[in-house]
Design a protein around this ligand. Sequence first.
Ligand code: DQA
Length: 140
Amino acid sequence: MKILILNGPNINMLGKREPDIYGRATYADLEEAVRERAKKYGADVSFVQSNHEGELVTRIQNAVGVYDRIVLNPAAFTHTSIAILDALTACGIPAVEVHLSNIHKREEFRRRSVTAAGCVGQICGLGIQGYLLAIDYLCS
Ligand code: DQA
């Protein structure tokens, strides 16, 4: 089982970025926790973070035939990116969308996810634990 953990803009700033909203765990902490959880299932995880929409689209396209599952936090592109939605739909790899914060409890513009329609489901508001639950689901 090969899983791509794909993170969008500003997720590299975890720990420094609005910790009251996104938590104090760093991106390195996130990687470590996900690797640990994946190990439990004997799954192989690769991490990609990009601040660029096109790069995220390319990574999703290139995942075909390489990865079995995707855990995706499109970050701000969640709310706007038809290109990411189209890439998810085209590639057909089962993906779970994760958000650290509860997007439904925040500003109006964050409450809509354009990209979730290309995913099996969405987990939000549970901090980095959301990524771990996504791994549990995708490996079960
Ligand atoms: C986020 C929520 C988005 O609205 C925001 O733009 C992010 C992070 C989250 O993980 O809570 O960058 O995807």
